[in-house]
Design a protein around this ligand. Structure first.
Ligand SMILES: [Zn+2]
Length: 389
């Protein structure tokens, strides 16, 4: 595999090759070529995509020492042109090389090994062997990694035999005995690795740790490199700028301003609740004073069931009453009568046959009507039923 072009020239995006074998496989075709720029899935790095003439490369994997290209159209025998989806490959190269550097700094400065590596479409992570990494440690690691990026250190790739590899300060042991592919970031890191890498650390551009969380007794670190990190910065910068405009506040004071607004809102909510209680207390007094008997029917302007319940409680607190409070398509029933009235059962017996949905306890119940006509029928029933109290 070591002679394949994705290894010898990872920046090559187009190549002419000959088709060695092409066979249908279900809805797809499996193609073997004399040489390839398409990286097959392995070593934590996902496969490349792109085109072989007009056929889309959907998957690339290694089998029996051969690179198999899975394509969506038949590929004719003879010479073909390979074109790489460079955006995807460069994303992999920036994050894969960034991972080497990040893992090296964690290992060299804190003694934490990298036990897992995920390079996905949407996020990239490593799992480091510490149950907890403090914020200031992550910040220090980021600084060290970006410092190595600014130095634009050369990255060398070479093969070594086992004895030669044994003499190197390898971060992890190789899985093969011969032709061990070593990726060296000058002075920082020596790793046996089968992925595609950049030519120098400067090409990583930038590395930013996005998040760290506990994972199976270790710490999972999410990070972004290069283009993705810049896109993330642009997005977040716009967001902060928009918030700064909305709150007419300079960025350094923004967090305190937003906290102040949240506190203010909580205070206002409590005040509204308090005022509403006082209003309902007076409404309840007025309704009970005007009532001819113990039954009180009232329609709220709001459709809030909380408000309807609150008013119903204020009415029953005034003495012996049976209240029916309407809020939009709902009716709340409550009573404080010294008799056997069970408003939950009342809903079951009289509202459900009219299509009402609901129920409740002996003292408090509610019902909802889809059809306003049925709500009207239930209202008429209640007014009639309430006459007895
Ligand atoms: Zn690598």
């Amino acid at each position: 595999m070591l002679h394949h072009r994705y290894y010898t020239d990872p920046f090559l995006t187009q190549l002419s090759a000959e088709v060695v074998d092409a066979r249908p496989m279900g809805d797809t075709y499996h193609v073997v070529l004399t040489d390839t720029i398409f990286y097959p899935t392995g070593g934590g790095q996902p496969h490349d995509t792109g085109w072989i003439d007009a056929a889309n490369v959907l998957d690339v994997f290694e089998e029996g020492g051969q690179v198999i290209h899975v394509v969506d159209k038949p590929v004719p025998p003879g010479p073909v042109t390979l074109r790489l989806n460079w955006e995807r490959r460069f994303y992999h190269m920036q994050h894969h090389t960034g991972q080497h550097l990040l893992s090296a700094v964690f290992a060299n400065e804190y003694g934490w090994a990298t036990a897992g590596f995920h390079l996905g479409e949407n996020y990239t992570t490593i799992d480091i062997t510490t149950p907890h990494a403090e914020e200031h440690v992550l910040a220090q690691v980021e600084q060290a990694v970006n410092g190595a990026i600014y130095k634009d250190l050369p990255i060398k790739v070479y093969t070594a035999e086992r004895e030669e590899a044994a003499a190197l300060p390898l971060r992890k042991m190789p899985t093969v005995d011969t032709g061990i592919r070593i990726v060296e970031i000058l002075g920082y890191d020596y790793s046996p690795c089968g992925g595609t890498h950049l030519e120098s650390t400067g090409q990583i551009g930038l590395l930013k740790i996005i998040k760290a969380e506990k994972y199976k007794g270790m710490t999972r670190v999410y990070f972004l490199c290069g283009e993705r990190a810049f896109a993330d910065y642009s997005l977040k910068h716009k967001l902060v700028q928009d918030l700064s405009n909305t709150f007419s506040t300079a960025v350094p004071e923004l967090a305190a301003k937003v906290q102040g607004e949240v506190d203010l809102r909580r205070g206002l909510e409590a005040e509204v609740q308090n005022l509403q209680n006082r209003v309902f207390h007076y409404v309840a007094k007025e309704l009970t004073a005007k009532a001819r008997g113990k039954f009180i029917h009232h329609v709220l302007e709001s459709d809030s069931v909380d408000e309807a319940q609150s008013l119903a409680r204020h009415i029953t607190a005034q003495g012996e009453y049976f209240a029916a409070i309407e809020a939009g398509s709902r009716v709340v029933l409550a009573h404080s009568l010294e008799n056997e009235l069970h408003v939950g059962k009342l809903v079951q017996e009289y509202a459900r046959p009219l299509g009402g949905k609901g129920g409740g306890s002996p003292q408090m119940a509610q019902v909802f009507f889809n059809d306003p006509d049925n709500l009207r029928k239930f209202r008429l029933f209640l007014q009639d039923y309430g006459e007895q109290f």
